[in-house]
Ligand binder design. Sequence first.
Ligand code: ZN
Length: 218
Amino acid sequence: MLSADFSRLGEEARAIAAAGADWLHLDVMDGHFVPNITIGPDVIRALRPHVTLPFDVHLMIAPADPYLEAFRDAGADIISIHPEAGPHLNRSLQRIRQLGARAGVVFNPSTSPEVVRYMLDDIDLMLVMSINPGFGGQSFMPSQLKKIEALRAMADAAGRPDMIIEVDGGVNADTARQCIAAGATALVAGTAAFRGGPAAYRANIAALRGEPATPALT
Ligand code: ZN
């Protein structure tokens, strides 16, 4: 939702859901862990009645632990945290599951896949940042394709073919194909999804899926 019109988020959520989005990815930034400030639990709570799609909440905040419950209460279905946000990643992940959400770990471009090797059982999703977190509209970093491959291999070797590997940053129709080929199973699109306004959302999402463009139903 980072590339949506923030003055009418509810409407934008409904439009992107109607256009075929599977989840809503909500980027929470605190101006401390990352340079930018976006939204908090109150905005997520306000969005919740607008769509039934799962809310995929990406916390770029430090510390994250004091706010996990607030984001879950606000309607988060998946909560992802950065290992750098707190001293005890495993405890934070367990807390997210205790709250009834799915637990995700986010990898900055410089974060090693090794941070999760011995705790895969406590993780539902791994989110690879293919840009430096903090702003939308940045270009995809091809260096992160190798990390997607490494995480996919690690999850498969651990008997976790169900592990969701998600990519966030600079995803467009072209980089989407590369991410899927590397083993990703979920893609976050900001600019590429919201470009052109609501009339373009359906075609934007179809392009990301590699589907032929179909005219929007009118
Ligand atoms: Zn994100």
